[in-house]
Design a protein around this ligand. Sequence first.
Ligand SMILES: [Zn+2]
Length: 414
Amino acid sequence: MKGNFMSYQFDHRQLADEMEIFFFDEEIGAGLPVWLPNGVAIRDQLENFIKELERRGGYQRVVSPHLGRQDLYEKSGHLSCFNENMYPPIHWPEEGQEEKKNYYLKPMNCPHHHKVFKALPRSYRHLPLRIAEYGQVYRYEPSGSLRGLSRVRGLCQNDAHIYIDPADSLKEILSVLALHEHCYKSLGLSGYRYRLSLRDKSRPNDFQGEDSKWIEAEEILRKALQEKNLNFFEAIGEAAFYGPKIDVQMKMGAGVEESIASVQLDFLSAERFDLSYSASSGDQIRPWIVHRAPLGSHERFVALLLEYFDGQLPGWLSPVQVMILPLSENEQEACRKIQDRFMHEGLRCRVDESQGSLSKRVLFAHRSRPFAKLVIGPKELGSGIFKLEFRDKKQDGDIESVIKIMKGACAAPA
Ligand SMILES: [Zn+2]
């Protein structure tokens, strides 16, 4: 059943293969997906959607490089706490010179964003400072755990770091949770739950920072979840090494629950990176940092969407919004002209060029899960009346009305 996470059992790997979303290649490397045009259509739509919400929410966008020097990850704590998930360093043949230190592919965008905060003088007037980036990161996942797009070694995250006055933590977490809820509601997702991920006090080496700050930050997250009345449970030992977090848990097609997104409250990194802002009193204060990614990574999020909707994505996300099927070769030319009209109106349209009987071609066209089909023969071309076949209904009209119907049905949520 479409849209019900308890009963769907579809595998995004098969769907993505039929829909031409991505592929892997041994020579490129295990777990490093290459996105095809249909996959990029989905990514672009998701990015347009969230970037507009973030713009309205006061986020500012940055772009940072895919790698960083060893010193950066020593400072951030990644080399001591996240080393197992990092690609091995890029060594220089000779050592000694400053620029010839080891470089690492970035496993997270946080250290680069902390440098953005530090790059300019900051005062309380700049806060909350919301720095956003769809950032590409690399994580060396064990080969046995790789699964299609849901567990990969190269991923692009809907990332942002919010630098706040610690006193504003609850307020900012509430607004970040509201953004999460808005996204999932707009996407038609339900059946997920939140996980409050806490430290494990018996493993002090894995969770750094002062005891009192852990207690305070964990309580702020708990309070935010309660205040928003969200369905959540608590999990000891699932926190990040620099602070507690709230994870969004959604069931993938195989029934396995995955963390699709997270909100982290970080009281540690500002000290490590010596970040501060001047308060109204003139004092230098360490900000707290909220890490958040409502749409997680493109990789896992698209895997989830494919499995959740069994490939029948909503109109605005469908890589093929209209599939035109010419009744015979005689209509090919006219169909291509109609395709141009759709494309000109901003709709993603494809003309079926395959051979064989119409019924066979319709079956094959289903592989790309078009949002609507348009079969065009001499009758349609003669009368100028076209019939749109949606997944659950049919609607007809002249070309102008059909375009108008499609544009309405494929409008992205705001
Ligand atoms: Zn982060």
